[in-house]
Structure formats: structure tokens, C-alpha cells
Design a protein around this ligand. Structure first.
Ligand code: HPA
Ligand SMILES: [Zn+2]
Length: 330
């Protein structure tokens, strides 16, 4: 029998990035949406990216098939089914409301649909869940504020706010006010920074937005003083190895700086980002980076433990998950 996957938390996962071609075609047919691809194979063959923007273009285009509460619930159910098989015990899931409201899908449809799947997740899949509402940084600060206000009736379903989409030229400071309102409402805060953007964006995300985790964060390595600060302050970095290669932030997995980041004392976690597009779910990322960097079992155990240290969990639940990691046999 194959070994059980290492128990882990997934902290960097865009639910829209779990849309597999088969589900995209099924939803397109159900909703009468025309896709510019004849077959799932033809769509898959378009998954060849040169940078973040070339991926985002396809990622936003394919979302046209998501229209109803049922669609969002089905999308989340499909992810949770796969995540359970990959050893995920806790998932903090990003969604991009502006990518849907811009197409005329009400924010309530998105949140209620996702929440329906998430509410049943512990019972059906053994996975605890949280929702993280992301703002699109290439949209205006006003659009982010409008989105936050539209989400107010649903904030009890939301754990944190985040920041994603095209990074370069859209610094964290652009979103100071919406992150201030989120903090005032008692929400946690995270942000993508240092994926394609410079190390200064990481510092800004910490100092201006007050984020508690950095998503990606690879480019911190260009600033030794920042690395030292991130290590000292135990700021978690949600690293996504397969994504980094597919979006050409890193040439080859064997060149990935994850080991150097661990050796620098950074609180690194491993995640899948947009698994349908980047060639693997979270345990596939663990396996790929293990093989590429020859990580030993204790390093894998450390990465899994880090994921629970970095998660928005109460102390008792965290302790229980950490005990599962400690008891895991490879
Ligand atoms: O990796 C990412 N970076 C920025 N925005 C995103 N939206 C989905 N995935 C990503
Ligand atoms: Zn991401």
C-alpha cells in the first residue's frame, strides 16, 4: 500500500486556479459559455507560460464559465476532494471577487457558493478551511474599497484579506486604506510580494499593510537585511515551487532557493498556488521539490510543521495537527 501523505496545511491556493479543464468544459456547456478551445487537450496545450501575466490572461479568461452558486460549490468540492488525497488537513483558500463581479456575478453568489462546500469540509473531507478574500492589485484602490464594502455582509465567512494579480508597478502601499479597514474589522492580512516584484514590496507589505504572512517572497533573497528580519520575526513565506518554475521565476526546480531559504532560518511553507495550471497539487509540490533538492524526511516534516505554525489556527488545534506531523511515518 502506498504510504499516507504527510499531513499539512495549504496556505497559498487560489480556488480559481483549481479549475481543471474537464470541469471548465462541463460548466461551459451547462452555462452556455463558448470557450475558444475545442477539447480539454487543446486547452491544456495552452498552459505554456512565459511570465505571471501570460498565466493571468488565461486564468481570468477561463473564469467565464463560473456563474452560479452551484458552480462555485462544485469548484471548491473538486479541490477539497483532491486536497484530502494529498494529505491536506487545513486549507486557507484565496478567492478573487473582482474577477467575478466584473463579469456581473454578485459577490454573494461567489461567497455563498464557496462557503457551502467549505461548511461541510471537515465532515466530508477531514479538512478545516478558511477563506481569504484577495484584491486584484492591477485594479484601482477604489475598486478594492468598493469590493471590501460589498463584502461586509459576509465578513463572518472571511478570515483574512490578501493581495494578488500583476505585481510589478502595483506596490502594496496602493492598498493601505483597504487593509486598514480589514484590520479594523478584525481580519488577518496577507499579501503576494516578491514573486516578480522587488524585495522592497515585501518590506512595504509588512510595514504599510501589516501583513502576517508573505505569499511567495522569493525575492527577499536579494536583500540580506530583509532575510534576517523575516527570520527574526518568524514571518511565514508561502512558497510554491512548481508555480515558480512554470511562471519562470526560477529556471529549473533544481535551482529553486527553498533549501537556502530554510538554511537562512526562514519559516518556509510549500503550497500549490494554481494547481490545475502548474502541474500539481500540494503533495505533488512536496514530492517534486524533495526529488529536485534531495530533501530528507526531517526536512519534509519541518515543512509540514511550518505550515501549521503559519496557519491561522487556535493553539489547541495547531498542537493537535503538529502531533499528527510528529507521528507521521514515511
Ligand atoms: O501566483 C500568483 N501571483 C499573483 N496572482 C495570482 N493569481 C493567481 N495566482 C497568482
Ligand atoms: Zn498566488
Amino acid at each position: 500500500m502506498p504510504a499516507k501523505p504527510l499531513p499539512k496545511a495549504e496556505l497559498h491556493l487560489h480556488i480559481e486556479g483549481t479549475l481543471e479543464p474537464e470541469l471548465a468544459f462541463a460548466l461551459a456547456e451547462r452555462n452556455g459559455v463558448a470557450l475558444p478551445y475545442a477539447t480539454t487537450a487543446e486547452l491544456r496545450s495552452a498552459y505554456s507560460f512565459t511570465d505571471l501575466q501570460s498565466f493571468l490572461d488565461l486564468y481570468y479568461a477561463l473564469m467565464a464559465v463560473l456563474r452560479t452558486e452551484d458552480d462555485f460549490a462544485e469548484l471548491a468540492d473538486a479541490y477539497l476532494t483532491r486536497a484530502a488525497a494529498q494529505g491536506v488537513r487545513h486549507a486557507e483558500i484565496f478567492f478573487d471577487p473582482q474577477a467575478h463581479t466584473a463579469r456581473g456575478v454578485p459577490i454573494g453568489t461567489v461567497i455563498e457558493g464557496l462557503a457551502r462546500a467549505l461548511d461541510d469540509s471537515e465532515r466530508r473531507y477531514g479538512i478545516g478551511t478558511r477563506l481569504i478574500m484577495c484584491f486584484l492589485r492591477d485594479e484601482s484602490a477604489d475598486s478594492a474599497l468598493e469590493t471590501f464594502e460589498a463584502a461586509r455582509p459576509y465578513l463572518h465567512r472571511i478570515c483574512a484579506v490578501g493581495l494578488d494579480s500583476a505585481e510589478v508597478g502595483n506596490p502594496p502601499s496602493k492598498f493601505r486604506e483597504v487593509f486598514r479597514r480589514a484590520a479594523e474589522a478584525g481580519l488577518h492580512r496577507v499579501a503576494h510580494a516578491g514573486e516578480e516584484g522587488p524585495a522592497e514590496y515585501i518590506t512595504e507589505a509588512l510595514d504599510v499593510l501589516g501583513v502576517e504572512r508573505i505569499d511567495h517572497g522569493l525575492r527577499c533573497l536579494e536583500d540580506p537585511a530583509l532575510v534576517e528580519r523575516l527570520a527574526r520575526e518568524r514571518v511565514p513565506l508561502t512558497v510554491c515551487p512548481l508555480s515558480n518554475v512554470r511562471l519562470r521565476c526560477v529556471d529549473r526546480l533544481a535551482d529553486h532557493p527553498l533549501r537556502a531559504m530554510l538554511e537562512a532560518g526562514l519559516l518556509v511553507t510549500v503550497n500549490s498556488d494554481d494547481p490545475s495550471y502548474f502541474g500539481g497539487y500540494v503533495d505533488d509540490n512536496f514530492t517534486a521539490i524533495r526529488d529536485a533538492l534531495r530533501l530528507d524526511d526531517e526536512t519534509l516534516r519541518l515543512l509540514a510543521a511550518n505550515s501549521f505554525h503559519a496557519a491561522f489556527l487556535d493553539d489547541r488545534t495547531r498542537r493537535d495537527y503538529l502531533a499528527e506531523v510528529a507521528a507521521h511515518t514515511f
